[in-house]
Design a protein around this ligand. Sequence first.
Ligand SMILES: Cc1ncc(COP(=O)(O)O)c(C=O)c1O
Length: 368
Amino acid sequence: MSFKFIALTRPLIGKKEINAVTQVLNSGMLTQGQVVSIFEKEFSQYCKVKYAIACNNGTSALHIALYSIGLKPGDEVITTPFTFVATANSILMVGAVPVFVDIEPFTFNIDTQKIEAAVTKKTKAILVVNLYGQPADYDRILSIAKKHNLTVVEDAAQSVGAEYKGKKSGNLADIGCFSFYGTKNITCGEGGMITTNNKHYYEKSLLFRNHGQDEKKKYFYSDIGYNYRLTDILASIALIQLNKIKTMTKKRQMIALKYDKILRDVNGITTPFTAPNRTHVYHQYTIKVTKDFKLKRYALKDYLYKKGVQTNIYYPKPLYEFDHLQVGKKQKSYPITEAVTKECLSLPIYPALKNSDIDYIIDLIKKI
Ligand SMILES: Cc1ncc(COP(=O)(O)O)c(C=O)c1O
């Protein structure tokens, strides 16, 4: 007897990725080499930025970026409390202090109306997250940054391929950070990338990725650094994935449209909202299960699971509620973050998701 099981996410890996890995394994060059360089070049061309620096995951990309913009202990960085913990941890990793600002109710991104109230003499940067695959409001963010002389960092871990006013994510701020973790829109299991047009940030990033060593002068160190290098094995997978990004993104957008059409009319369910002037690449398709729905959010999650549908809650708790991040709770209240953490539920979305499975999921929710 077979049970129905529809996973929340699944990477689209085919023969090309397998062949690419085999080629690298046969080459004898397994560490960071030519394939990483090609991947960096193609990624920079894709985002239309001058520089791209590959690294071993999205968290190290953030750590490298925050180091390269020159953050120092005690500096404050404004960010969102509704994100994966790596965003805020990377601020702590350079000794700086996260300062959380509430989010918008429909895009789930940082509320630009509330940013200026959080700026102090110590504020040095804004770390923006394009949550679930939708860019934040960069015009507004960059104008606040200009006024207060702040650097803007894009946490683009979830938004590869997304656009704001026709510009690609990764090219929307001073420096961008990507993740190629197993669930991401393009993946090589674990991987990351930093993108920038700033030569100084680029050079600092190269040093920090590789023990503070000058790339042309091995065993000479100008500062502390880490081993954050990507391997050619993984870069070969990511390169193939990058070449498929257009069709994979289209597929995600089509699935979202299919969900939208029916679920937006279900009482108590709020479907995702895409703000004007941007494209959403649906790293997650996240609905809000409000009090008007027949089942509570966790009851709906359990029900779907029993019917063979995996869902998840990104994220169940605001980051300032965790002990090590309480320091960032500077606003009196975070009403939108509080509400959204209680209502959000992400449904299966990935390029290989079958139409019949989408219909099945929609039907289950509609029938409740
Ligand atoms: C918003 C965000 N930032 C940072 C990261 C960290 O990336 P990684 O898991 O590759 O370290 C992730 C993903 O996991 C993420 O979703």
